[in-house]
Ligand binder design. Structure first.
Ligand SMILES: C[S@@+](CC[C@H](N)C(=O)[O-])C[C@H]1O[C@@H](n2cnc3c(N)ncnc32)[C@H](O)[C@@H]1O
Length: 236
């Protein structure tokens, strides 16, 4: 990616996420037919949360952060660079007991505001496709992990070529932007969503990027016809 794009992408992505907050959860439910909750539950369980200190990078409306608490994490921090997302997350989590609510902080996935070895697990959901430098994001995730800690990455991916892939493309590239303009009144944001997948590496390539960042024993599971992947790697 060119230097200009590296500087421009965070600004563009941040302002888009600020805009779509009011309809964000509803759009996720509609676009995925409610499957996103099951994907999140699985990703959280793969992060082995019981008794762990967890970080949710790009927490958005704090769905993964709250699921980490439900599945027994000892403490959870959610970080995001969109103020509007953080505001929605704070509103949603304010119903939780303050001793168990996730701590929500502003921060950039490419320069996490935490010392080395602060967490037992780092999770992200539908974030890594949006960052300007994927390798740097994984480096940062590994840096803040304690030895034996795990990075779990839940993300849309490219289904293998075939009938499902053709139907998925039709749905994702044609119908999702229409749904976005109808429900969220934001065609551009929901055209960005499929476009952000076009240049995103396939699941194998993402696993290699995680290994390149120093994570070991990297494996992934494909879900929903191969259109979603959950990757996991460890800090040795
Ligand atoms: C598609 S939303 C996903 C939200 C949430 N993780 C979920 O599972 O629904 C992507 C989120 O990542 C955040 N994000 C994107 N790039 C980021 C970065 N470089 N640093 C921090 N947050 C980022 C956006 O602001 C947005 O809230």
């Amino acid at each position: 990616m060119r230097t200009a794009d590296l500087e421009e992408k965070p600004r563009r992505v941040g302002s888009m996420f600020n805009r779509i907050v009011p309809h964000y959860d509803l759009m996720n439910t509609l676009m995925t037919g409610g499957r996103d909750r099951a994907w999140r539950r699985l990703a959280v369980s793969m992060s082995q949360p019981a008794g762990a200190d967890g970080l949710d990078v790009g927490t958005g409306t704090a769905e993964l952060a709250l699921e980490l608490r439900r599945q027994g994490a000892r403490s959870v921090v959610g970080v995001d660079f969109s103020w509007e997302m953080l505001r929605a997350a704070r509103h949603k989590t304010s119903a939780s007991d303050t001793t168990t609510a996730p701590l929500l902080l502003a921060g950039d996935a490419l320069n996490l505001p935490f010392p080395d070895q602060s967490f037992d697990l780092v999770i992200s959901g539908f974030v890594i496709r949006n960052v300007a430098d994927i390798a740097q994001a994984f480096h940062e995730m590994r840096r803040v992990l304690r030895p034996g800690g795990r990075v779990v990455c839940l993300e849309i991916t490219h289904p293998r070529p075939g009938l499902f892939a053709r139907l998925f493309r039709l749905y994702f590239y044609r119908l999702v932007p229409l749904l976005g303009s109808l429900i969220a009144r934001d065609f551009d944001a929901y055209r960005y969503l499929p476009n952000s997948l076009t240049s995103f590496p396939p699941a194998d390539g993402l696993a290699r990027l995680m290994e390149g960042a120093g994570l070991v024993d990297v494996q992934y599971q494909l879900l929903s016809g191969g259109s979603v992947a959950v990757h996991r790697g460890y800090r040795a």
